[in-house]
Design a protein around this ligand. Structure first.
Ligand code: RAT
Ligand code: ZN
Length: 435
């Protein structure tokens, strides 16, 4: 077994010190340790300050998050076509009126905005957004980032970086200074899922590729991946995949995965993150909010983990129905790391269920959550919600353990929480070796 496949716990000194906790003391100890352990946020859509306008933050961005736009079209008569013609602040006003003034904001995504406003001492029931806008307008982004990370209790933010994004790629090509808390990820959706539409963008960067993914194209794509890995210093490569994802496959996706991406990951010793189960653009009228979910056939994952033991796979699945199988596969393959409760799974009731299932089947050998934040301040509420939901699940596991006859100490709890929320990620991504 490759050393980097060894569990993070093997590198943490065992904790057998500490006084055993009584059953009544366990919940508070878990909550305190969760609150004081800085988290590595392993998948976000946030950007380091050096990316300038790509970084989204502030009240107007919070309110126009696509999770909220999906809810707007259910509680307002505005048509998507009209909504897209409005300015950002007019869109935000509309969302505020429909979801926060004319209705109580009880959904997960709306409550999140309320929690952010409260954190900054801003009114949560105002008729208009003037005070919130004035507050965010006064912040300097760099120091605001540091403050928000501290409020959220996170030490590291893993970005999503697309080498074919027309706004982002030029910044990398010009040269972006590394940031010690923001880590890059080489995202491959355009290449793996939409090659016929995007091969010319790869060609335009100086690679001799063609639409047909011939042997020449494959070797050029590997050169492209190697060059971008050098430029970005990514902590993993990543792709989201549809519910219909199959592997092995004669499709362009199957060929590119087997012949270009997996070998490049092995060569560069990078994990590959697969986020499986999205049904893209079932309703294109609502743009980013228009994606849905489908149950995937995880035999594709079984084939990948077994046939490529030298590759490591970070995997999140979008369908609730796929969660249990993912745990079973993680028990079979230690080159598979389940992570996060992704997107439509990131609701308290489902996070609770998934986390309980994972602890029961995998102990502390998984990564419970990522924020998927697109707007900076979202990390405040998303991580508060995760801590609030996960704490009772962990506390119950320790209570059962104590009931069954094994004393539980604060040291035990700290070691597991560190492993779940930090060191599984640090080990898999070689995070500290990179900064
Ligand atoms: O959760 C989201 O914001 C989605 O739109 C997706 O970005 C998803 O998380 C992804 O990374 O593809
Ligand atoms: Zn995402």
């Amino acid at each position: 077994m490759a050393t980097d496949l060894l569990s993070a716990s093997a590198q943490t000194p065992p904790s057998n010190s500490g006084t055993p906790l009584s059953a009544a003391e366990i919940p508070a100890a878990v909550a305190e340790i969760l609150a004081s352990t800085p988290i590595v946020d392993i998948h976000t859509h946030l950007f380091a300050p050096a990316f300038g306008k790509l970084s989204l933050w502030g009240i107007d961005e919070l309110l126009t998050y696509h999770y909220l736009e999906a809810e707007l079209f259910r509680s307002s008569n505005v048509t998507p076509e009209h909504y897209w013609t409005l300015s950002k602040s007019a869109q935000a006003d509309l969302v505020w009126r429909a979801l926060f003034a004319e209705n109580a904001p009880i959904s997960e995504a709306t409550r999140g905005v309320v929690a952010v406003l409260k954190t900054f001492g801003l009114p949560t029931d105002a008729n208009a957004l003037a005070e919130a806008r004035a507050f965010f307008g006064k912040q300097t982004f760099e120091s605001h980032v540091a403050h928000v990370m501290q409020l959220a209790g996170i030490s590291d933010i893993v970005m999503t970086n697309d080498p074919l994004d027309p706004d982002e790629a030029p910044l990398w090509l010009k040269g972006i200074l590394a940031h010690n808390q923001f880590h890059a990820v080489l995202r491959l959706d355009r290449i793996l899922n939409l090659w016929p539409t995007h091969w010319q963008a790869v060609a335009a960067q100086g690679y001799a590729v063609a639409v047909d993914v011939s042997a020449k194209s494959i070797s050029e794509i590997r050169r492209f991946l190697g060059d971008w890995a050098k430029r970005m210093n990514p902590v993993y490569m990543a792709c989201s995949l549809p519910d219909s994802f199959a592997f092995p496959s004669d499709s362009i996706n199957g060929k590119l995965l087997a012949e270009a991406v997996l070998p490049a990951c092995r060569e560069l010793n990078l994990p590959l993150s697969l986020m499986i189960g999205v049904r893209k653009q079932v309703n294109p009228r609502i743009r980013l909010a228009g994606d849905a979910v489908g149950r995937a056939n995880l035999v594709a994952l079984e084939n990948l983990c077994r046939d490529f033991p030298e590759n490591r796979f970070l995997v999140s699945v979008l369908s609730r129905e796929n969660q249990h199988e993912l745990c079973v596969y993680a028990r079979k393959f230690n080159n598979l790391m389940p992570f996060g409760c992704w997107w439509f799974m990131n609701n308290a009731s489902i996070v609770e269920e998934i986390t309980r299932e994972r602890v029961e089947m995998l102990g502390a050998s998984f990564i419970p959550q990522h924020s998927d934040a697109r707007v900076l301040e979202q990390v405040i509420y998303k991580w508060a919600n995760t801590r609030r939901t996960v704490a009772p699940v962990l506390a119950e596991s320790y209570r059962l353990l104590s009931d069954d006859g094994r004393a539980v100490t604060r040291g035990d709890i700290q070691r597991d929480i560190t492993r779940l929320f930090r060191s599984n990620a640090e080990t898999w991504m070689k995070l500290r070796a990179r900064t």
